[in-house]
Design a protein. Sequence first.
Length: 313
Amino acid sequence: GTGFTYVFPHSPGAGTSLDAYIKDNLEVDTANGELLVTTTKGIEYKTENNADNLLSFGFAAPNQMTYISTWLMRPYTANTNGKFEQAGVFFGHDQDNVAKVVWVSYMQGSKKIYAIMFLVEVEGVVVKNVKINVLNGPELSYELRILVDPYNQKIYGDYSLNGVLFYPLGVVSSIPSEFFSFDAAGIDPIIGTRSFGGIAASQRHGTIACKFRFKDFYLKVGERPLPDLEFDFTRKSFGVEYPTNMAFGPDGKLYVTSLFGQITVLTYDSNLNVVDSATYTTLPDELGPRLTLGIAIDPHSTVGDVILWVAHS
């Protein structure tokens, strides 16, 4: 678990004060270890962007796969009336650019429906909106989760009922780089990121405030995905002491530098077997060896005249 360090302000175009922190609507139930959030009508949606108490925590999104998760405890007891009252977890960098997985109450004809909703909004435009109807009951709680994948610029949503299994809600690709804080330009140096995860709650169209219970909010590093590529590898070995760098020349030979100044030249056949080798020791002199770290092939080199550039002490 972690504490919250930031509250998303209202967007400038929301027609309200930017101040979105309402302390009196937050309460800690120390006996059960739960945070109680009393809602307002404010919401992070399209042009409204007037959500209150979007409690969040900034993190290094470009460096890792990150799970953003919270438990929503017994939401059926929160006094909802099918007016799109909702609560859950979110990821984003402002109220116009946000992904959220929330429990929601809405009407379908005359019937009240409960669902888990996965919604992603980019520059105020909804690019994903999925609702999965779920059971109701005062004893049911949900873990709501978002997976942030900066390597493929994707966002995943899923949920668990009473901690049994996670059910996928979908994935959104081609998420803009601003979500992941790839470019440090424009980031407040005091905050250090524009990527935040946190919790959200709103009574939306409801006239009566709801009180939602959150527990165990956390950000956790996930495993980096393997690329969807397959390669066949053939391993070939040739002993060179303390190798530091290597480069293929235009003559097809491999030039390998060793730590103390030696350069080994390997000649291969068509099956990448070494058929000849030569060693050059021109770098060391009467003062001793040279610590050699890098080698590059001059672009003006030819098959019969290979020019090497070597970095050494």
